[in-house]
Design a protein around this ligand. Structure first.
Ligand code: 5GP
Length: 189
């Protein structure tokens, strides 16, 4: 059995889950630590190796797969891989609760793995139109990447019912409050 508990945040890209995860990480009384995934994607400006992600070459990522080092891994976008490293998470769970910012398929897999030791939360943007607006305005991705993300989002929205809870991120303050209440409640049980 693990000492800590798991909080899984999944959502279509652009729903604002990362903002909610960062907000919760700042609530020190929750004793949350961020699960740092491995990825083969390019590092964005401002991202730090070993803090935001473990940035890996494709060949190193394949080695990790072959050595069964992932709890789950996914080709989240065409030829771009992401995965949760088992050893990292198990180490974190010895002293802290762990929060995951992960795609929808990965979130479902982790919930299946951790079962009642995990709360899985699906974050929704109010509409696909709003999702497009958010992805364009954050200016981080090319038009092609935005289009890929929207297509993926439409498929992901169909999997909402596999999560313990859904939060609509329309009014950010409200979404923060709902997230905090749900996490506090789960951790206190
Ligand atoms: P980004 O490239 O914008 O940082 O992340 C793209 C997507 O990959 C997001 O939905 C993010 O939550 C997801 N992601 C990040 N880490 C992992 C992981 O370890 N496994 C899976 N399946 N998805 C991940």
């Amino acid at each position: 059995m693990f000492k800590g508990k798991c909080i899984i945040f999944s959502a279509p890209s652009g729903s604002g889950k990362t903002t909610l995860v960062k907000y919760l990480l700042n609530q020190k009384e929750l004793n949350l630590s961020f699960s740092i995934s491995a990825t083969t994607r390019q590092r964005r400006d401002g991202e730090v190796q070993g803090k935001d992600y473990f940035f890996k070459t494709k060949s190193d990522f394949k080695k990790l797969i072959n050595n069964s080092e992932f709890l789950e891994h996914e080709e989240v976008y065409d030829d771009v891989f992401y995965g949760t490293l088992e050893s990292e998470v198990i180490k974190q769970l010895e002293t802290q609760n762990v929060i995951f910012d992960i795609d929808v398929i990965g979130g479902i897999r982790l919930k299946e793995y951790f079962k009642n030791n995990a709360l899985s939360i699906f974050v929704k943007a109010p509409s696909v139109k709003e999702l497009k607006k958010r992805l364009s305005s954050r200016n981080k991705d090319s038009n092609e990447s935005i289009e890929t993300r929207i297509q993926k989002a439409q498929k992901e929205i169909e999997k909402e019912s596999k999560f313990d809870l859904s939060i609509i991120n329309d009014d950010l303050d409200l979404a923060k409050k709902e997230s905090l209440d749900a996490v506090q409640n789960f951790l206190s049980k």
